[in-house]
Design a binder for this molecule. Structure first.
Ligand code: FES
Length: 138
């Protein structure tokens, strides 16, 4: 019997009766998943100490958070999934206002949409809120 601590995705799918090619198809469909599970309450960032300058960015819990403009308002920030939808490399934020993947060159706009391949799927975009100097991603 498998316990919660020892079960893997592969073991779980096998326990569901999936095997062989069906198992491979399910695992392949999960390969490029870039969505992340945010912590309860979202991600918080102290704007008094982080993201102080335009075009700066940080990674937190699988999300890249970038400052696109001055001022501590929600419209000055953007947050998208960190993992490139092509093969999972961490994207970076460039002064051109795009997210760039250094692995194979894919680019995404601040809505997370692909602007240059080889990626074909958008980065998930998250909601940004600012209260005082606390930024919250949900
Ligand atoms: S991993 Fe990002 S373009 Fe290939």
């Amino acid at each position: 019997m498998l316990t919660q601590e020892s079960i893997t995705r592969k073991d779980f799918l096998r326990s569901m009766g999936l095997g062989g090619s069906a198992l491979l198809a399910v695992l392949a469909s999960c390969k490029n998943a870039s969505d992340v599970i945010l912590p309860v309450g979202g991600i918080t960032v102290d704007l008094a100490t982080k993201l102080l300058t335009t075009n700066s960015y940080i990674y937190s819990n699988g999300v890249i958070i970038a400052r696109t403009a001055s001022g501590n308002t929600a419209s000055s920030f953007v947050a998208v999934a960190q993992a490139c939808t092509h093969a999972g490399t961490s994207v970076v934020f460039q002064s051109s206002g795009k997210f760039h993947c250094p692995n194979h060159g894919a680019e995404f706009n601040t809505s997370g949409a692909v602007t240059q391949g080889p990626a074909t799927k958008s980065l998930t975009k998250y909601t940004v809120a600012v209260s005082g100097t606390t930024l919250t991603i949900s």
